[in-house]
Design a protein around this ligand. Structure first.
Ligand SMILES: NC(=O)c1ccc[n+]([C@@H]2O[C@H](COP(=O)([O-])OP(=O)(O)OC[C@H]3O[C@@H](n4cnc5c(N)ncnc54)[C@H](OP(=O)(O)O)[C@@H]3O)[C@@H](O)[C@H]2O)c1
Length: 192
């Protein structure tokens, strides 16, 4: 039997449930990046368990903007296969990135295959919402950061149906709290 990794929605989030501030600002306080809040060993362990990433185009563009404004601010110790969900090519093209488009189930299957026996990380609110809606997500990992943003991009996209979760763990890591949940497939959303 071929072992497959898990599909993991991976997010950092303010205590009041925002994954970015107004205008997609990723300002968690005093210019600190996610890596400044979480214990380096925990980031390294999560990255080492990741075999591929599936990223939404808006997340990609926010990451590009952050990198341009502050080089190194989105660094992550991961160098495996990278898949970008988009209807548009990258300008300039990046041979290290595979652009996928169309059915989210096909995109997840392709990226999960590339991840081998490691996990597939899903990045992007809209993309994660599509995956949850189709019952494709195994786990949700949230870095809860010590800030109330008051406004911004909420964890759930509008229209997401109820999804029941099973707690796996809750760990203090540096100034963050890492929460892990398993998605209960039997009571989760149905596949279209
Ligand atoms: N806190 C965190 O850990 C975290 C993590 C990730 C993202 N974020 C934040 O979340 C926000 C981005 O999320 P988002 O929901 O706005 O967007 P997103 O999920 O990153 O990207 C959505 C875009 O991806 C493309 N796309 C999605 N599904 C597709 C499909 N099936 N086929 C082809 N293309 C598809 C479309 O772009 P095109 O049609 O334009 O190509 C769509 O507009 C940003 O503010 C980002 O900073 C936060």
């Amino acid at each position: 039997m071929t072992l497959r990794g898990k599909v993991v929605v991976n997010r950092c989030m303010s205590l009041d449930g925002f994954i970015a501030g107004p205008g997609h600002a990723m300002d968690w306080g005093n210019g600190r990046a996610l890596a400044d809040f979480v214990a380096p060993d925990d980031i390294a362990e999560i990255a080492a368990a990741t075999g591929a990433m599936l990223v939404g185009r808006r997340t990609w563009e926010v990451g590009d903007r952050m990198e341009a404004e502050e080089p190194g601010s989105v660094d992550y110790p991961f160098s495996g296969p990278m898949f970008l969900l988009s209807h548009r090519p990258l300008e300039p093209p990046d041979p290290a990135v595979t652009i996928l488009t169309g059915d989210i189930g096909d995109a997840v299957a392709t990226a999960l295959d590339a991840a081998g026996d490691k996990n597939l990380e899903i990045l992007g609110a809209d993309v994660a919402g599509q995956c949850l809606q189709r019952g494709l997500v195994d786990e949700i990992l949230v870095y809860v950061l010590p800030v109330l943003l008051g406004d911004g991009i909420p964890f759930s996209s509008p229209g997401l149906t109820r999804t029941d979760l099973e707690p796996i763990s809750s760990t203090r890591s540096g100034d963050a709290t890492i929460l892990r949940f398993r998605v209960r497939k039997e009571s989760g959303p149905t596949v279209d």
